[in-house]
Design a protein around this ligand. Structure first.
Ligand SMILES: Cc1cc2nc3c(=O)[nH]c(=O)nc-3n(C[C@H](O)[C@H](O)[C@H](O)COP(=O)(O)O)c2cc1C
Length: 324
């Protein structure tokens, strides 16, 4: 399938694997790129710029297809070494960066001078327009369904995507709630040029996370995610568990006065415990409503091929025959 996104990134299928903390290691990124999509290494999961350079080199050993690196700009007590990470990306020859969180403007000039294409992840049309105006090549429009940080506007993709299509000139992909060929066709119908999947890619053979994480996603229904940290205006959609219920109880009892220190135990340092050790009650980890649509753990190639086959069949055998 050819879209503006496949052309922009030089990939076969319009499917991107979004950056995911402690999931987006070289193994997953390479598997997605080898399957014809765009795999993305999560920059900040690597503790130093040197480690990121090493992860990029490992990914290059596993694929000769294009892959990207995610750079997330979120409020942090100690600022990560962003200049070092950007250097590792450029020197590592990576040509695609997915930015998320704060405005990526401070890093755009050096990335663009190095020939890097930038896709910025946004949860609102106004942020997407801002990304377009500062020179991003594409945006990933993340609806309220998404795992991770859906922002504070709570606009689901059935509204957000057509609005993005009305407003944007640069291509965009639909992110949040994307699981299969039906998602891809719907996203294309609403003006997107592809899809970005997070949660769906965790439940694959190659995702280098503990089996307990995949089992939890398989067990989860569409009613099992929760929104945490809303009082801090840092809302995150996570899978419900004992740690999350503790956190929500604190939010209820402390109310508007709550600070990050009050919930540190349930949110800080949780990812390695969950993703690597399989300690499923350690605290809050991102998961999308799409968990309800995930019923198996295929290989990445099986998943990508299935999405494409289903999408092409839907277009040819269902939609084309309906057209008057
Ligand atoms: C476990 C997990 C970790 C994530 N970590 C990040 C991250 O570090 N940076 C980022 O930009 N997005 C992150 N995301 C968001 C994904 O890249 C993607 O936008 C989102 O999962 C799309 O929604 P979906 O889960 O419904 O597919 C994460 C998502 C999940 C599920």
């Amino acid at each position: 399938m050819k879209t503006q996104i496949t052309e922009l990134f030089g990939i076969e299928h319009p499917i991107i694997q979004g950056g995911m903390h402690y999931v987006g290691f070289a193994e997953l990124a390479a598997a997605v790129s080898n399957a014809g999509g765009l795999g993305i290494i999560t920059g900040l999961t690597q503790p130093t710029a040197e480690k990121l350079a090493h992860e990029i080199a490992r990914c290059k050993d596993m694929t000769d297809k294009p892959f990207g690196v995610n750079l997330t700009f979120l409020p942090a007590v100690t600022q990560p070494d962003y200049p070092g990470y950007v250097r590792a990306i450029i020197e590592g020859g990576v040509k695609i960066v997915e930015t998320a969180g704060n405005n990526p403007l401070p890093w755009l000039t050096s990335l663009k001078e190095a020939g890097v294409k930038v896709i910025h992840k946004c949860t609102s049309v106004r942020h997407a327009l801002k990304a377009e105006s500062i020179g991003c090549d594409a945006v990933s429009v993340d609806g309220f369904e998404c795992g991770g940080h859906p922002g504070e506007d709570d606009i689901p993709n059935f509204i957000l995507l057509p609005l993005a299509a009305e407003a944007l000139k640069i291509p965009f992909v639909a992110s949040g709630g994307m699981a299969d060929g039906r998602s891809l066709v719907a996203a294309l119908a609403m003006g997107a040029s592809g899809i970005n999947m997070g949660t769906r890619f965790i439940a694959t053979q190659e995702a280098p996370v503990h089996q307990n994480v995949k089992d939890a996603i398989l067990r989860a229904s569409e009613r099992d995610t929760r929104l945490v940290m809303r009082p801090l205006r840092n809302t995150e959609r996570v899978l419900s568990n004992a740690g999350v219920e503790r956190l929500l109880e604190k939010e209820r009892t402390i109310g508007a006065e709550i600070t990050f220190d009050d919930i540190r135990d349930e949110v800080a340092g949780v990812y390695p415990k969950v993703m690597l050790q399989g300690d499923m009650d350690a605290g809050a980890w991102s998961c999308g409503l799409v968990a309800g649509l995930i019923h198996d753990v295929p290989t990445v190639k099986e998943l990508v091929d299935r999405v494409m086959k289903e999408a092409n069949t839907l277009i040819r055998d269902r939609l084309a025959t309906m057209a008057a």
